[in-house]
Design a protein around this ligand. Structure first.
Ligand code: G6P
Length: 606
């Protein structure tokens, strides 16, 4: 998290740095800052809060310069404040940083002994002083090589030097960093979105590399200072635009976009005439696969959990699901006949990337399901399956979750047929169902419900629970996560059958509980579990399928019935009311829906 931008040009850069920071705000938004070089001086403007506030402050100070760096922060060391906002500057240099310097306390003590004074509580400030210190006895390039070796942890850095109005230094270890090429100007950015309005030509730094960016050229180096060449990539233009259109919130727009993003994804993968799935480029023999490990974080982890049910039902693969931050630090018994599959919207999540890197180092087969195809994870995995849902801006993931599930379902179906675990008839019937998924999603979105009022109850509750069995269990986890993220209400997702082993003690009079009970094989059991929570005073919102027989309404507080659809694809439909529930609950509270407190869209720290 945290967003970095740097521009060196023959024209003024301040307003463009601010515009890029606005695009990077999804990476962090608790404070922001900018530094430019002008007439041999480092000029800084910083503030707590959003880029809009920064922009107003910049106008007051009439900040100028043809070279500058900017930052949006997601606090790691030191609370959000003006003093802790980046850039952090010494007399000589100014630094923006994304990541965590793990040995900053030791480095700080050492620098303080040498007389350096610290103005912030951040780990980043040590970099500014360390660079200043090394510059006394070393060339600029040697300083960078030596300083990077001193730093433990992860970082993407942008550094300005008071006496060098002709260059910006960028460096990467663990956190993503891109450079962009323009006419008589060049750029540094945390990702390609920040650079897209200025250029579509970019290169990515790999771990351990650094670069020196000048107006007319960019030099790249590996960690020992040996010059290297970089491939220049042409950025793809996303199909779905970045603005909110008629919507007040990106999240609302992104929820409504889902039928279209699903259709776009299906168009990419499904040949509707021949009823075939177009994934032909497997870099390994599918028949050689015996097991599958699905790895992700947050919402992406939930999509992996749903996929476990699909893979186990339709293939003979042995399937496990892992949280990336756990996987990467456990002793893993790597297996040659296993596919390690990484799911990530951003493709930049530090833990997911590290888990992938670990698999690559152990020479495992890897596949990535990502939204951002230029991302670090996409660049490293053996096989990349994009979800094609366009940029997702709302920090709480919605359309990307459906996109991840969709690609995982498509992959399951392909492998299932390839393994001859399902017949051709079943394969084609699954494809037929997929082809009507977009329409079913559209109907679910447009059906009448009372979610605005239901949201008011959840928003004001002390706590809540989300229950489900089978595919609906991971969806319950996702529904609870959405409510936590957006409405800051304690919400617990639980397997409905597990309630009696403890969580039932939490149920008290009036507690809102979501019960996900589509009419699948688990329906009756889940309804029994629902009665158990009702008997203890819970206010139940039942999400089920429309059906004429045995309508149960007794004691149920609210019901939402989505159309009956293929059981395997029903998770897509029952997710939608949960997204809206979280949205309306946050709206009731007046919270910042697109940028919930303490969170960020792309988490590039571990
Ligand atoms: C952050 C986001 C979540 C997301 C998670 C994983 O926590 O706020 O919405 O699910 O990161 O992100 P990824 O980009 O790897 O899917």
């Amino acid at each position: 998290m945290c967003g970095i931008i740097g521009i060196i040009s023959t024209k003024e850069v301040t307003s463009r740095i601010v515009n890029s920071l606005k695009k990077l705000e999804y990476r962090g938004y608790d404070s922001a800052g900018i530094a430019t070089l002008n007439g041999g001086n480092i000029n800084e403007v910083k503030c707590e809060g959003r880029v809009d506030t920064l922009e107003k402050n910049i106008q007051k100070f009439s900040l100028r310069g043809e070279i500058g760096i900017g930052h949006v922060r997601w606090a790691t060391h030191g609370r959000p404040s003006k003093a802790n906002a980046h850039p952090h500057s010494s007399e000589q240099v100014s630094v923006v940083h994304n990541g965590i310097i793990e040995n900053s306390t030791i480095l700080k003590k050492h620098l303080e002994k040498k007389g350096y004074l610290f103005k912030s509580q951040t780990d980043t400030e040590v970099i500014a002083h360390l660079v200043t210190d090394y510059l006394k006895k070393n060339s600029l390039k040697d300083t960078i090589i030596k300083v990077l070796k001193k730093l433990h942890g992860s970082f993407a850095l942008g550094i300005l030097f008071k006496d060098r109005e002709d260059l910006i230094v960028g460096a990467r270890r663990g956190s993503p960093l891109a450079v962009g090429y323009g006419p008589n100007e060049n750029y540094l950015g945390s990702d390609s979105y920040a650079l897209k309005s200025m250029t579509n030509k970019i290169s990515y730094l790999e771990d351990g590399e650094f670069c020196i960016i000048k107006k007319q050229e960019i030099e790249f180096y590996e960690s020992e200072g040996k010059k290297i060449n970089k491939k220049i990539l042409n950025l793809s233009q996303g199909a779905i635009s970045y603005d909110k259109g008629d919507y007040k919130y990106f999240m609302e727009k992104e929820i409504d976009e889902q039928p279209f993003t699903i259709q776009d994804c299906i168009n990419e993968y499904v040949d509707k005439y021949n009823r075939e799935i177009n994934i032909h480029n497997f870099p390994w023999k599918i028949s050689s696969l015996k097991s599958l490990v699905l790895i992700g974080c947050g919402t992406a982890f939930h999509s992996c959990l749903v996929a476990k049910y699909w893979f186990e039902k339709n293939t003979n693969l042995d399937v496990t699901v892992d949280i990336a931050s756990e996987f990467r630090y456990r002793k893993v018994n790597f297996k040659k006949d296993c596919l390690y599959l990484f799911v990530s919207q951003s493709g930049e999540t530090a833990d997911t990337y590290a888990a992938l890197d670990l698999c690559k180092k152990n020479k495992m087969k890897t596949c990535a399901v990502v939204n951002v195809v230029e991302s670090s994870i996409a660049r490293v995995a053996d096989l990349v399956l994009p979800i094609y849902c366009g940029q997702e801006v709302g920090v709480a993931s919605t359309k990307a979750f459906l996109g991840q599930m969709l690609v995982l379902y498509i992959l399951t179906t392909k492998i299932a047929y390839h393994q001859k675990y399902i017949t051709k008839k079943d394969y084609q019937s699954k494809i037929k169902n997929l082809l009507s998924l977009s329409n079913s999603t559209k109907k679910t979105l447009s059906s009448e419900n009372n979610l605005i009022n239901i949201g008011k109850v959840f928003a004001n509750a002390k706590g809540s629970m989300f229950l489900g069995r089978g595919y609906s269990y991971p969806i319950a986890l996702e529904g609870a996560l959405k409510l936590k993220e957006l409405a800051y209400v304690h919400a617990e997702g639980y397997p409905a059958g597990e309630m009696k082993h403890g969580p039932l003690a939490l149920i008290e009079e009036g507690m809102p509980v979501v019960v996900l009970a589509p009419r699948d094989e688990h329906y009756k059991k889940t309804i029994s579990n629902m009665q158990e929570v009702i008997a203890r005073g819970a206010k139940v919102l039942l999400i089920t399928n429309k059906n004429n027989d045995e309508i149960i309404s007794e004691n149920i507080w609210e019901q939402i019935a989505v159309d009956k659809f293929d059981d395997e694809l029903t998770p897509f439909l029952i997710t939608i009311p949960l997204q809206k529930l979280a949205f309306y609950s946050a709206l009731e509270k007046g919270y910042d829906i697109d940028k919930p407190r303490n969170l960020a869209k792309s988490v590039t720290v571990e």
